[in-house]
Design a binder for this molecule. Structure first.
Ligand SMILES: Cc1cc2nc3c(=O)[nH]c(=O)nc-3n(C[C@H](O)[C@H](O)[C@H](O)COP(=O)(O)OP(=O)(O)OC[C@H]3O[C@@H](n4cnc5c(N)ncnc54)[C@H](O)[C@@H]3O)c2cc1C
Length: 466
């Protein structure tokens, strides 16, 4: 009889857990995966996928507005929120079924239950009380949106609820300055809501390039979103037919919904981790080594619960690398450097590599190539908008350290730039030791050249400042 019921027990059937389970099973492991809510996890059920569908819906209003200058009459266009939500739900259900089928095809057993850790190799399924002994445990249980401790917080929503509202709010106040807050502000505005974005910092999108932050905020304001900086919501009052968001400065903002997008906390509580000695860091995330192994040798962790880079492709990559390392006899470290990212606000952002501030902080002498121009489509549509493109280039080697784009199609465009920036020898690691920063190899030209040789020419842009 086998010593363990399974070789691998995965907690959480989200992006990372599903990939890890399938790849481990492909390597011959006996795998069980527990999911307490819906298979697919945050990205599929209440994250990237539904958000993107709502973003698409929200952009039609801009298209209708822009069409008039091109001779179109689009009269009588009406939006119906329940239709959008029902169609979105149908698509999510289809994806969830596909995830189920893929796990079954890989011979991964699904336990539809919350799982808790009892000891370093034992789990309990709360639905049935059953115990499962596993040689290896993988924590892939994600994170959750946090609410502030303020009076009336119970009346507020987070992104979880935003996808299931019975009706489109006519007025919404959103607190947050990160990408999720910016995306929801733009999508609700595009769908016709009156949107106020409140952020405690002095600029939205902390961590992004400063030019991008300023550009996106002024575009949002230009489109009619109210952005209030240096403020927080101090309380929420419930009235007969509406809510009042009361800011710290005493301002009252009436709203049908108040939403918080102020961060996501790793799911480390109430699953037995403290008792078995799994270490967490100050951010409340599971501490792991380069191979995603926690402080308990039989327990690994990937994805948002480790709070390394909370993005779906990263969770998937970490899950794959874990399975190859532990079950495929192929030790693999997931790479967190130069991960291209997109934000689906309006206009959207695509970027890869270092911001100008990060590059300066890392000690690079830089050339900055920055262009801001009116897209041709805006001439006839009359829309007051501009595209921003910025390259952060190391002066001595002319390698491109960072690419930042704001404008229609930025998310797609940056994928191409990312191939050059992340090419094995050309890309620059933020963490690479100083003596290796200037390395260029004989076999591959530095990335600056890759890009210059293509159509995306750094030289064609005018250096805006040094
Ligand atoms: C609104 C929103 C938009 C986003 N947009 C993007 C985007 O555009 N691009 C992008 O790359 N990323 C995006 N993300 C982030 C992305 O969704 C996450 O980084 C990704 O889903 C993390 O995957 P994961 O496997 O770590 O966790 P998850 O996908 O969160 O999966 C964890 C799973 O574990 C389950 N679980 C938790 N505890 C237990 C337990 N004890 N027992 C059993 N099951 C448990 C949960 O129910 C969940 O299904 C977005 C997130 C949000 C909230």
């Amino acid at each position: 009889m086998a010593e363990y019921d399974v070789d691998l027990f995965v907690i959480g059937a989200g992006s990372g857990g599903v990939r890890a389970a399938r790849v481990a099973a492909g390597h011959g492991a006996r795998v069980m995966i527990a999911e307490e809510y819906r298979v697919g996890g945050t990205c599929v059920i209440r994250g990237c996928v539904p958000k993107k569908l709502l973003v698409y819906a929200s952009r039609f209003s801009h298209e209708f507005e822009d069409a008039a200058g091109f001779g179109w009459t689009v009269s009588g266009a009406k939006f119906d929120w329940p239709t959008l939500i029902a169609n979105k739900d149908k698509e999510i259900a289809r994806l969830e079924a596909a995830y189920h089928a893929n796990l079954a095809r890989a011979s991964v057993e699904i336990a539809e239950s919350r799982a808790v850790v009892e000891d370093a190799r034992t789990l309990r399924l709360l639905k049935t009380g059953a115990r499962v002994h596993a040689e290896t445990i993988l924590l892939a249980n994600g994170a959750h949106p946090v609410l502030p401790l303020i009076p009336g917080a119970e009346h507020a929503i987070t992104s979880n609820e935003a996808f299931q509202l019975a009706e489109l709010p006519r007025r919404i106040v959103i607190q947050g300055g990160g990408y999720i807050a910016a995306e929801f502000a733009c999508l609700f505005h595009g769908l016709g809501a009156d949107v106020t974005l409140v952020h405690r910092g002095d600029e939205i999108l902390r961590g992004f390039d400063d030019d991008v932050r300023e550009h996106v905020r002024s575009e949002m304001v230009g489109r009619g979103i109210k952005v209030i900086l240096g403020q927080t919501i101090a309380s929420i009052e419930k009235q007969a037919h509406a809510l009042q968001a009361v800011l710290a400065n005493g301002e009252h903002h009436p709203a049908d919904q108040v939403m918080f997008a102020i961060g996501r906390a790793p799911n480390i509580k109430n699953i037995g981790l403290e008792a078995v000695g799994v270490q967490a860091n100050a951010a409340g995330a599971v501490v792991v080594d380069e191979y995603s192994r926690s402080s308990v040798p039989s327990i690994y962790a990937i994805g948002d619960v480790t709070h390394r880079l909370a993005l779906t492709p990263v969770a998937i990559r970490e899950g794959h690398a874990f399975a190859d390392t532990v079950f495929g006899n192929k030790p693999t470290k997931p790479d967190h450097i130069n991960v291209p990212s997109a934000v689906f606000c309006d206009p959207e952002i695509g970027f890869v590599g270092l911001s100008e501030a990060q590059a300066r902080e890392a000690g690079f002498a830089l050339d900055i190539y920055r262009e801001q121009f009116r897209p041709m489509k805006a001439t006839l549509s009359g829309r007051a908008t501009s595209v921003l493109m910025k390259l952060v280039v190391e002066r001595a080697s002319e390698r491109v350290l960072g690419v930042h784009i704001v404008g229609e199609g930025a998310a797609e465009m940056v994928q191409l730039a990312a191939i050059a920036v992340t090419s094995p020898d050309g890309g620059v690691s933020f963490f690479r030791p100083a003596n290796r920063r200037r390395r260029a190899t004989a076999s591959r030209p530095p990335v600056g050249e890759n890009i210059r040789n293509g159509r995306f020419s750094a030289r064609r842009c005018r250096p805006a400042r040094w």
